[in-house]
Ligand binder design. Sequence first.
Ligand code: ADP
Length: 150
Amino acid sequence: MTKTAIFPGSFDPFTKGHENIVMRGTQLFDKVIVAIGNNSTKKRHFPIEMMEEKIRETFKNHPTVAVMNFKGLTSNFAKDMNANFLLRGLRNTTDFEYENTIAQVNAHLNEKLETVFLITTPALAYISSSIVRELHQFGGDVKPFLPYDL
Ligand code: ADP
């Protein structure tokens, strides 16, 4: 059976922290789908189409990585993609509290879906999309945090 994992997130923007999780995921799974949640109630800073293109560019030499956007429940999207694994990253205890709840709910919604957590690489643990957004908004240099050029 092909082991497919989806790596869902807002990716607003996709950072070097996310890239690290995807690359490590490719060692574990036959296919990793980076799934950008298209949640219309959340106003994005970086347009979804642009982010999809940038993530695709980032993994252009990695044929087992796919990039898609989706609407609705992650557990339903996983079913549609025949993905039995949900990949997430953990940086700290705050992430753990949040991720724990989501993982329980997803397990309830789709019992075939196994959530797999990768502990962040320490050198990238301080990178967060929200900090990058804030920096970018106020003209700071965000290049060191992103695996592509804006
Ligand atoms: P969401 O809006 O669903 O929380 P994010 O785009 O913020 O999505 O993050 C997606 C996933 O990547 C989450 O599991 C998050 O914990 C993880 N992540 C975010 N930043 C890092 C990082 N620097 N290192 C490792 N994992 C990270």
